[in-house]
Design a protein around this ligand. Sequence first.
Ligand code: SF4
Length: 146
Amino acid sequence: MYIVSACLLGRDCKYNGGNNANEAVIEFCRTHKYIEVCPESAAKLPCPRPPAEIVGSKVLNKFGKDLTLDFDRGAELSANTCLTMAEITGEPIEGAILKANSPSCGCGKIYDGTFTGTLVDGYGIFARRLRRMGIDIITEKETIPW
Ligand code: SF4
């Protein structure tokens, strides 16, 4: 079973109320078992919502509101949901396809906290948690290897 960022499947959970539908990811999910998650929705953040970025050890929205605890909670709830589904279905988690550059889902590159579209090396809060669980992660920008 694969973990997939819900916005890549066309769910309107992106901060601006839209989605990041990706045809390659949608096609992959037609033939593979998957669970879709949106950690920011799991944290019950509103949609639409102001954009947020990781700034040092915190997650702040563009107005400076500290959302660190919300992002941590959303990541934990989403990861627990995935583990529970894997246990219930007997389908091990084989990897994750997450939305690039997001402060939750980004993998390898994330926005730098200046809200200027600048990328730096790093991982979103949910991606960090999956990495600690030993799960292979790619983003929609990569060729799906599975
Ligand atoms: S938290 Fe992840 S799944 Fe949710 S909208 Fe952001 S990038 Fe997409």
